[in-house]
Write a protein that binds this ligand. Structure first.
Ligand SMILES: NC(=O)c1ccc[n+]([C@@H]2O[C@H](COP(=O)([O-])OP(=O)(O)OC[C@H]3O[C@@H](n4cnc5c(N)ncnc54)[C@H](OP(=O)(O)O)[C@@H]3O)[C@@H](O)[C@H]2O)c1
Length: 225
């Protein structure tokens, strides 16, 4: 059994499961539909975990801060998987408010690594060309991360689902339909393509916060995969 952090995926999703308006669009635009109660819900989760993760593409398109602002509480460590190392060194995740760890490969340019470290943040270089999420989840555990909130995007969510690293999925439902092909949905990647492999979930709670429906799902360990 892999020693790994307790893992929660949380996301705002439209009724048709989309994360954003079109491929390449910042989800911040859709998030303007959320009211303060939804932000408080999200930030309460942030304040309870040791670490928070988004993929490198979300850093490039959304430029999130990933800090706790709508409730009282500590900022989690910001962890960013970024195989290419193509990450803007002036991104908001490199603010002084919280530590940031970038997990990367030898493809990261040396000057990017240096610039991040000069800002007081950490870069961990893994030897393979792609990051192995099972390996990095064990690595995070060994570094003292016992719980982690993953806020997307679509591709990172797939890495977690595919590698059986998820314990819960919590959704903030936006009461809109975006439509369209090729738009990031909650979970992307190649998909399971087989009924026998699907991730099974059990609805643990559902409630309304402000204008939003929130659903909280637990992964059913004995049925999935
Ligand atoms: N509604 C919401 O709650 C929400 C939340 C987050 C994001 N979003 C939206 O989702 C979209 C981004 O999602 P996305 O699926 O395109 O990207 P993503 O999951 O944010 O990031 C994918 C990137 O992460 C890095 N990465 C992931 N797995 C890796 C691995 N195994 N090895 C090495 N690097 C790895 C790679 O960066 P490199 O290619 O640089 O190596 C990869 O391209 C944006 O439009 C954003 O606005 C919405």
């Amino acid at each position: 059994m892999l020693n790994r952090p307790y893992t929660i995926i949380t996301s705002e999703v439209t009724v048709d499961g989309k994360l954003t308006l079109y491929r390449g669009a910042s989800s911040k635009e859709l998030m303007t539909l959320m009211d303060i109660e939804a932000y408080k819900y999200l930030h309460q989760i942030r304040a309870k975990v040791d670490a928070i993760m988004v993929g490198c593409e979300t850093v490039r398109t959304d430029n999130p801060s990933l800090t706790v602002r709508y409730v009282e509480g500590k900022n989690p460590i910001r962890v960013i998987p970024c195989g290419s190392g193509n990450i803007p060194t002036d991104a908001n995740i490199f603010s002084k408010e919280a530590p940031t760890w970038v997990l990367t490969t030898p493809r990261m340019p040396e000057e990017t690594k240096k610039a991040i470290e000069e800002k007081g943040h950490k870069v961990f270089v893994f030897e393979k060309d792609r990051l192995d999420f099972k390996e990095i989840w064990q690595f995070l555990w060994e570094k003292g991360i016992k719980s982690i909130l993953v806020e997307g995007g679509s591709y990172v969510n797939w890495q977690l689902v595919k590698n059986k690293l998820v314990d819960e999925i919590r959704l903030i439902h936006l009461p809109v339909v975006v439509g369209g092909e090729d738009i990031p949905t909650l979970v992307g990647g190649e998909g399971f393509k087989s009924l026998s492999k699907l991730l099974h979930l059990r609805l643990r709670a559902h409630f309304v916060r402000g204008r939003q429906l929130i659903t909280e799902w637990e992964v059913v360990k004995d049925k999935s995969f």
